[in-house]
Design a protein. Structure first.
Length: 283
């Protein structure tokens, strides 16, 4: 059987997390920075290292079967690919920003203005859907300096912390798209056995990242109160301790309400709480 190919970013913001995700899925491969392609030793997959901008089209055209790339790039290239899995990393927002001194208040105030961006396709769709006609100026980098140079009245660019905006005298004005890394596939690949196996592994890694394994000690008298605090878990494991009337409870807790849960468990009599990361959850 021919190996499938997955395209990931060669270097940049998505490279490390993409490599880590695949390694966490148990794939064993060399990550040579200089090579364009590497073979996974223990899975029927080759990894192509590409510029992120090229990934959606490579997948659309079937040169790669799968890819990991930001939603912003997928939308901008308008490639015809299938979303297989949201991956939860590489989060960022594409925003319109305006100079601090601008008196634009609402989207309508952008009518007829010049907006510099590396995302002309996404920006045009956004403006069209809001009934605004603006002069979109496509530039490939350093978009945020263009208002200061008198080249545009606003910009549309990826913002994560806002630091770059501030240092260029700009302020956020409107959110255009929130993005994260996505596992994409070419047409017809979603039910391939190798893809199904890879997706099952990816999902088990993602679930594990959202979960902590918790072990705590509690007096038997308080056990019911503790178990009531652990809904969602079918039934926690309860193990007797050497000390009479004490038990250890083993359970999994979702990352999102972790601190809230831990504080409630403590208040209900939990002691010696140990928290451990989870590597994989297979269901
Ligand atoms: P390449 O050399 O592959 O073309 P690039 O310079 O275009 O790389 P990066 O800056 O490495 O791209 O960003 C890759 C992706 O990471 C972006 O397309 C976006 O999806 C995501 N991302 C997450 N946070 C940010 C951020 N703060 N700024 C830019 N991109 C971000
Ligand atoms: Zn790029």
């Amino acid at each position: 059987m021919k190996n499938l190919k997955i395209a990931i970013q060669k270097s940049g913001r998505l490279n490390e997390k993409s490599v880590q995700l695949l390694k966490n899925c148990g794939l064993s491969f060399e990550n040579y920075k200089s090579s364009l392609m590497t073979t996974v030793a223990n899975f029927a997959l080759e990894i192509l290292f590409l510029r992120d901008d090229d990934i959606p089209e490579y997948v659309q055209d079937g040169i790669a079967d799968l890819g990991i790339v930001g939603e912003n790039v997928i939308n901008e290239t308008e490639a015809d690919v299938t979303y297989l899995q949201r991956l939860g990393f590489g989060r960022c927002t594409l925003k319109i920003a305006i100079p601090n001194q601008s008196n634009a208040q609402e989207l309508r105030d952008l009518e007829g203005k010049a907006i510099a961006t590396s995302y002309p396709v996404i920006l045009k769709k956004f403006l069209d859907s809001n009934g605004i006609h603006a002069d979109i100026r496509t530039i490939s980098g350093s978009v945020e300096i263009s208002p200061g140079l008198g080249l545009s009245d606003a910009i549309c660019d990826i913002v994560s912390t806002g630091g770059t905006l501030r240092s260029n005298g700009l302020k956020p004005f409107a959110d255009v798209l929130s993005s994260e890394a996505i596992l994409i596939g070419r047409a017809g690949i979603a039910n391939d056995p190798i893809v199904l196996e890879l997706m099952q592994r990816i999902q088990s890694v993602l679930r594990a990242q959202e979960t902590k394994y918790v072990v705590l000690n509690v007096e038997r008298d308080n056990l019911d109160a503790i178990i009531r605090l652990l809904p969602g878990v079918k039934s926690p494991t309860v193990v007797p301790l050497a000390e009479e009337n004490w038990v250890a409870v083993h359970t999994a807790i979702a990352e999102q309400d972790f601190w809230d849960k831990i504080n409630k468990l403590k208040a209900a009599g939990a002691q010696g709480i140990i928290v451990m990361p989870v590597e994989k959850i297979i269901i």
